[in-house]
Design a binder for this molecule. Structure first.
Ligand code: GDP
Ligand code: MG
Length: 163
């Protein structure tokens, strides 16, 4: 079965915006019955002939910005279910304690994780907006504007190398 790629991250970091960008492609097939699994949207994507299944784990969303047991549980389930994780953070907001807590969970998985810093809407902002995230000690950060497309092709090309 195709690789399952999960989008995870705090509310409002841009998961759905990225999901929509990835599913705007002509060949994408979005699960017509997302309501069956509450708060989750699935789609079949093909990038440069590499197929995978994308899941937008809306279930991690919570109005409250503190990491509750519920959010931790949702994130952990998404990580377990996925073969590969796209972890999104918000470059305009900067690194938050909740991000750091999810990163701690991600360190315990052997699955490939892409640490994506979204809302980098122009290349000139990249250096400055990425800088607080190096504190996480990850090898690579992927700058992205899910809205405008900056970094999108690099991310997708990087992702399919791990399918
Ligand atoms: P989710 O809760 O993680 O699914 O986040 P959404 O995709 O719903 O996006 C939350 C807000 O961030 C919306 O107002 C989006 O328009 C905005 N947003 C998403 N991606 C970007 C981006 O690349 N740049 C900027 N400036 N805003 C973005
Ligand atoms: Mg969403």
């Amino acid at each position: 079965s195709p690789t399952l790629v999960a989008l995870i991250g705090r509310p409002n970091v841009g998961k759905s915006t990225l999901f929509n960008r990835m599913t705007r492609r002509r060949d994408a097939i979005v699960d017509p019955t997302p309501g069956v699994t509450r708060d989750r949207h699935y789609a079949r994507i093909t990038w440069e002939e590499h197929p995978f299944v994308l899941v937008d784990t809306g279930g991690i969303d919570d109005e409250d910005d503190t990491i509750t047991g519920h959010i931790r549980e949702q994130a952990s389930r998404a990580i377990d279910e996925a073969d590969l994780v796209l972890f999104l953070m918000d470059g305009r907001q900067g690194l938050t304690p909740s991000d750091a807590e999810i990163v701690d969970m991600l360190r315990r998985t052997e699955k490939k994780v892409f640490f994506v810093v979204n809302k980098i809407d122009s290349p000139e902002l990249e250096l400055e907006l990425l800088s607080p995230f190096w504190e996480l000690g990850v090898d690579k950060l992927w700058p992205l504007s899910a809205d405008h497309g900056y970094g999108y092709r690099s991310l997708m090309d990087g992702l399919v190398e791990y399918l």
